[in-house]
Design a protein around this ligand. Structure first.
Ligand code: SF4
Length: 288
């Protein structure tokens, strides 16, 4: 016999790693986090997200070229290649775009890459890494992230560049979006032993660039904040208490029909979300 009561088994498996976007997903809505990061349910892809992925891929292909060959015509070819790659990708197929919608998708991508050349000269960029995967531990948690582009400035200091295809944040939301990118400086310091001199967010939809200079304090804050979020994730997995948090993000949430805040039953999500996603992929016929 022992006096020590055994800890109750968690209701849900506790994830062993988190990306910055998952951390932000938990703080925005724990219920959505349960669906996407704990149950790992498939989410119907959105046009905007897939467009962003295609443009990111086109820019990655551009930077594979020698600096002198990074011209607008080359980027247009890179976009062709990226669209070709994505034509069979489940995230694109499941959009079920008809011919008109596919043309608009392409035209929107064209606009984003045209604006890119107004924002910087890629022939002058000293890139040292593209789509760089990094992971570092915060306590028992592994924090993972992918950096779009890592480069050196004129002084040989590290610069992290993150492409954004959504709208640039305004006012208070600007600081919130920058909070996310401080994860990247945390990862650089942990993995490379160097804090970046600058982090840049390039908003291709509006041509704006937001820059921030990470400090020792901002990096320390990531450690503290992530540890606090992680404790909350562990607690929610142990108790099964993932509360919905309604906000304007609900309009884009792929799990709304199973969300209790909208009268749904979260316990039906597992079977129904998988079946709905498989049906979407099985019938790629355009629905207009
Ligand atoms: S619909 Fe809203 S409240 Fe419900 S899971 Fe999605 S984001 Fe959360």
């Amino acid at each position: 016999m022992t006096d020590l009561a055994e800890a109750p088994a968690p209701v849900w498996p506790i994830p062993s790693s988190l990306s910055p976007s998952r951390v932000s997903s938990f703080t925005s809505c724990p219920m959505q986090f349960r669906f996407s990061s704990v149950q790992r349910l498939p989410e119907p892809p959105g046009v905007a997200t897939t467009k962003g992925s295609v443009v990111h891929r086109a820019l990655e292909l551009l930077f594979v070229l020698p600096a002198g060959e990074r011209t607008p015509a080359a980027l247009a070819r890179c976009l062709d290649d990226a669209l070709e790659e994505y034509s069979t990708d489940p995230d694109y197929v499941a959009l079920r775009l008809d011919e008109t919608a596919a043309q608009k998708f392409r035209a929107d991508c064209d606009k984003l890459i045209e604006r890119y050349f107004d924002m910087e000269d890629p022939t002058a960029i000293r890139d040292i890494g593209l789509e760089v995967r990094m992971a570092a531990n915060v306590g028992t948690l592994e924090l993972r992230g992918i950096i779009d582009r890592l480069e050196l400035d004129d002084d040989g200091e590290l610069v992290v560049t993150d492409y954004k295809t959504g709208r640039a944040p305004s006012g208070n939301f600007e600081q919130k979006s920058l909070a996310g990118v401080h994860f990247y400086s945390f990862l650089c310091e942990a993995v490379l032993g160097r804090r970046p001199a600058k982090i840049r967010l390039m908003y291709l939809s509006s041509g704006e660039t937001i820059e921030t200079v990470p400090s020792a304090q901002s990096v320390r804050f990531i450690d503290t904040r992530t540890s606090a979020v992680w404790k909350a994730v562990e607690r929610a997995c142990t108790t099964g208490d993932f509360r919905p948090n309604q906000s304007r993000l609900c309009d884009w949430c792929g799990f709304q029909q199973w969300c209790p805040a909208f009268g749904g039953d979260p316990d039906r999500a597992e079977t129904e979300a998988v079946a709905a996603y498989e049906a979407l992929l099985a019938d790629p016929v355009a629905v207009g």
